[in-house]
Design a protein around this ligand. Structure first.
Ligand SMILES: [Ca+2]
Length: 544
């Protein structure tokens, strides 16, 4: 820690509770420690800080001598005394494990942020976050639509192995699956989900409280999440036991009184404030997953009115000579950016800023829904295609990471990574081993500026809404198969980021290698079998 204070209470708790669940230690637990069986070490630094320079480090195992009991009691008094304890806004202690906030936008394109080249939509907060943190320029979504992308993020697998390989009714996480949230919960983190989940329906095995979250406020399924002014959200709170619908009275009867992204922001800030270390609330790290629906379209509203981009005001773009739907889209993104700015400011105000790692990404490329045209703002950046495409426009997304305590500011990472790398990365941050059956690789060394010895041979995607499509990336090479029997297209992303020139015929050896990856990357899925395109959309699947 930069201020030299390294969590006295946690030093006690960590030994007492095998380094897992972390919470303030009680007087009775101190007595229990002293009563034997535990190996307990109080470092010199802790002792000096709390008791004074006259005491050296001490250590005991088993029964304590009387003077040691006096020291313990003196320490307890010291910890409990506002006058003697460190200032209330001293840096929090989480035993070296930071708080983790993962913010996910919905259908936000690579080119929608200023720090990724956007010139019309203002995103000063995320631009600043990138300047103060690390910006990944070759980061890939798990899929080109919501649910499989989120599944990849939560499970560390790509769409060749996921059980959820598309947006479909009834697609849900299963009981035995190890999500990021389960892993962090097991590591002692307090785990909270706010916003869109997209991996469960009511009563299913995939609901957040069965997948590792202590608390949840938001939408369960994609369809519900289309509505920015729903009259209820789902709420689960393990502390009170509440599990059901939280009614939003201001939206009753179709009223538009409470914009859910605003509610998500205020809830996230309230939660962060509640985690501020205090006299007895010192050392349990948290994982906050904040999933905005911005700038996804309200597709139903879009069909009714031609403008599915819902936002309370089109400011600061009201005066722009743009189509109303585009003004709304820009306003949504700028609104979310300001919200994220407020959350980051709140962390600073709470003095949790240094010790909290904040991630920002999007679940897939920009949509062409609700009346919006991704070309209007060049939302795909320099890439071709958008949501539902396996060209880079559908799957290349922003990733910004801010971690003042550990990661150098102003860093740009150009090597490719993907959503399925998040689980092992967060696991390593939390000092936990990841599950063995995953596709992801931790990019924590890269984030910390250390040598990255483990990298992917290839990245893989498959998509089933238009028959069966596959894509694979190996270094700068990217191959796409647009249908089951179609020839493989080959692009060199280093020289052709827009994937416009198919160079398959010139590189048969590269093509053969990528072809072999396409075969080995996947297992069969009963729910998503390989099929040729159907004349009509599959009624079992629905688009979101
Ligand atoms: Ca999405």
């Amino acid at each position: 820690m930069k201020n030299g204070w390294d969590g006295r209470r946690h030093a006690l708790i960590g030994d007492l509770r095998s380094g897992n669940a972390e919470r303030p230690t009680t007087f009775w637990e101190l007595l229990f420690i002293g009563s034997g069986g535990f190996h307990f070490q109080w470092t010199r630094r802790h002792a000096f800080r709390s008791i004074g320079p006259s005491l050296k480090s001490f250590r005991f195992a088993g029964w304590c001598r009387l003077w040691e009991w006096r020291v313990l009691l003196l320490a307890l008094v010291t910890l409990s005394s506002p006058a003697l304890a460190p200032a209330a806004d001293a840096a929090p202690s989480t035993s070296g494990r930071p708080n983790i906030i993962f913010i996910l936008a919905d259908d936000l394109g690579y080119g929608d942020l200023g720090c990724y080249g956007q010139s019309k939509i203002k995103t000063p907060s995320l631009d600043r976050m990138a300047r103060e943190g690390t910006r990944f320029t070759s980061f890939h979504a798990g899929s080109t639509v919501c649910s499989p992308s989120r599944a990849a993020l939560m499970l560390g697998q790509h769409t060749g192995h996921l059980k959820i390989r598309g947006n479909a009714r009834g697609a849900t996480l299963l009981p035995g699956e190890i999500t990021v949230a389960k892993l962090l919960q097991d590591a002692g983190y307090r785990t909270v989900l706010i916003g869109k989940w997209g991996l469960a329906e009511e009563g299913s095995t995939g609901v957040p409280q069965k997948q590792g979250f202590d608390e949840f406020l938001g939408y369960l399924d994609n369809q519900h999440a289309h509505n920015y002014y729903p009259d209820y959200l789902w709420r689960f709170d393990s502390a009170s036991g509440f599990d059901g619908r939280k009614l939003l009275a201001k939206n009753a009867g179709g009223a538009k009184g409470e914009y859910v992204p605003d509610l998500c922001t205020s809830t996230a800030m309230e939660f962060s404030s509640s985690q501020k270390p205090g006299a007895v609330n010192a050392s349990r790290p948290f994982f906050l997953m904040l999933c905005y629906t911005i700038p996804h379209a309200n597709n139903e509203e879009g069909k009714r009115t031609g403008n599915g981009m819902e936002v309370p005001t089109d400011a600061p773009y009201s005066h722009q000579p743009w189509p109303q739907v585009e003004k709304n889209k820009a306003a949504m993104i700028t609104r979310m950016d300001a919200d994220i700015g407020r959350i980051l400011e709140k962390l600073k105000e709470l003095n949790m800023d240094e010790h909290t790692v904040v991630f920002f990404s999007s679940d897939n490329g920009p949509h062409k829904e609700g009346g919006a045209d991704p070309k209007f703002f060049q939302s795909s950046g320099p890439f071709r295609g958008h949501k539902r495409d396996l060209t880079e426009g559908g799957i290349r997304v922003p990733l910004i990471v801010r971690w003042p305590e550990k990661a150098k500011s102003g860093t740009v990472v150009s090597e490719p990574w993907a959503h399925w790398d998040m689980l092992p990365t967060l696991a390593e941050i939390a000092h936990r081993p990841p599950p063995t059956n995953i596709d992801g690789i931790s990019f924590l060394p890269t984030l910390l500026g250390k040598p990255q010895t483990n990298r992917h041979d290839y990245f893989y995607w498959e998509f089933h809404e238009r028959g069966f499509q596959q894509a694979v990336r190996m270094g700068d090479w990217k191959a796409i198969r647009s249908q089951v029997d179609a020839p493989l297209e080959l692009y060199n992303l280093r020289t052709d980021v827009a994937e416009q020139t198919d160079v398959a015929k010139a590189h048969p050896e590269i093509l053969a290698k990528l072809e072999s990856y396409l075969k080995q990357a996947r297992t069969e899925s009963e729910r998503w079998p390989i099929k040729k395109p159907e004349p009509k959309s599959n009624p079992g699947n629905r688009k979101h």
